[in-house]
Write a protein that binds this ligand. Structure first.
Ligand SMILES: [Zn+2]
Length: 184
């Protein structure tokens, strides 16, 4: 399959999101690996996002997801010593609102430290639950939309100080049997 051409910030976010949705569906179908049908669905989602016939909201059911995340660490599932963690650091413009807050245990919190969430995921060499990545992608999209960054080229963003790192948005996901949808 031809490699997707990704040039703008919008495309990078959409492509990551289409891959996330593909991984999500494969887990729900209890597949062990991705097949041709998955790649076709990914291509369809990517196209739909780009031409505006789909949006990030309609691909997932938000309410269902909310019910599944109780008061546990969203990174590892622990229920010990929880605190609210800012997904986007406040220092770089992360907001003090529900979209940007997530329950995390003391241990994850101190391991993450001041690292960007995706940076931390790479550092600890363990993929985060898909729903956490999804929240990160949505925050990234919202931030870029509000700040007029969506149609910039990816390399133009590298020079700016932002609450996320565009190059670290995952565009390849592990095999479905190595992924978690959600914790809990
Ligand atoms: Zn934890």
């Amino acid at each position: 399959m031809a490699k997707q051409k990704i040039e703008t910030v919008r495309e990078q976010i959409y492509y990551s999101y289409a891959n996330l949705a593909m991984a999500h569906m494969a887990i729900e179908k209890k597949q062990e690996k991705y097949g041709m049908l998955n790649f076709m669905i990914r291509a369809k989602l990517f196209k739909g996002l780009k031409d505006g016939t789909m949006n990030m909201r309609t691909i997932f059911d938000d309410e269902k997801v909310k019910l599944q995340t109780g008061q546990i660490c969203n990174y590892c599932g622990s229920s010990e010593r929880l605190a609210l963690d800012h997904i986007f650091p406040q220092k770089y413009g992360g907001q003090d609102n529900a979209e940007n807050l997530i329950f995390a245990c003391r241990s994850c919190n101190s391991s993450k430290g001041k690292k960007d969430l995706m940076e931390w995921m790479i550092y600890r060499d363990k993929f985060l639950p898909l729903m956490v990545i999804r929240r990160y992608l949505k925050l990234t999209y919202t931030y870029c939309n509000q700040n007029g960054l969506l149609d910039m080229r990816i390399d133009e963003l590298r020079e700016l100080q932002l609450p996320f790192k565009i190059d670290l948005l995952p565009t390849t996901y592990p095999k479905p049997n190595e992924l978690l949808l959600n914790i809990g």
